[in-house]
Design a protein around this ligand. Sequence first.
Ligand code: ASP
Length: 327
Amino acid sequence: MERTLKKNISLYLKACFFLLFINTVTSEEGGDKNFGIVIHGGAGSYENLSAEKEKAYKDGVNEALIKGYEILKSGGSSLDAVTEAVSILEDFPLFNAGRGSVYTSKETQEMDASIMDGLNGMAGAVASVSTIKNPIRLARAVMEKSSHVLLVGEGAEDFAKQNKIKTVDPSYFHSEKNLQRVRKLKKDKKLGTVGAIALDKQGNLAAATSTGGRSNKRPGRVGDSPILGAGTWAENGFCAVSGTGHGEYFMRQLTAAEVCNKMKYLQMSLEDAANAVVERLSKTGGAGGIIAIDSTGKMSAPFNTAGMVRGMYSKEEGKTIKIYKED
Ligand code: ASP
């Protein structure tokens, strides 16, 4: 009797260890669940882009894509993946976000950023900040450590200090090239707003966008990037979206949220919904593009400009990085 009991206990323990082992293996490999990340580095004309500059854009996107993908692959959250991917791009002087932000007409720099968690609809955003090294990290702190959604200017910067978000002297963002651009050309628009969207192994979607805004903008102007629904949106079960382009159009048309709404209420596919919002931008004269991912990992990146720096990396479809339509 005692021997049978011992045997049963030992069999039970062996079964438990086996199940634990199987579970660890499948969760490390993510089972057969798809996951992925899409990144943009700005939409625009990209005229006369030298081979060297083209490579620099692609290298930046590649670095951010790999970082985000590795986070997702090891079971990390889509929220972490988009935060880290956007932070990497904010550190590159080439993109118009963080370090490489453009100048306003008064030769100041004012940055905007937002982040959204598709799991619970929580979101955080900052606008018109000038001393935050990585505005996307501050947007995330607003989401996680305040009861607000959007903080602007000095109030946002005080909140950064209280929450140990890295601040820098405004000279960190200085770029002679960007300054000359706003001084003499006024109409030479630097491109390079950045955004990332991701689906993790748990099926959660997240989106993040960061920008220096439009070159030569009026001080105090806020674009679509920190406005939830306009430049950024994430909603589990439907999609995550980040936009780039002429922000005033995205704000008036709630472009990012509209993709999810078309999927939700009109049962459109991700691709059809994404194409439809970009078509509407075109019809109304708004230049730009979006990146979008759905809860199965399907990805789409339509734009109506000559180019949009972009990269996609999913478990099922692998990695691609492109600038122009025909790439
Ligand atoms: N959408 C950004 C803004 O209007 C700029 C851009 O994406 O190029 O601030």
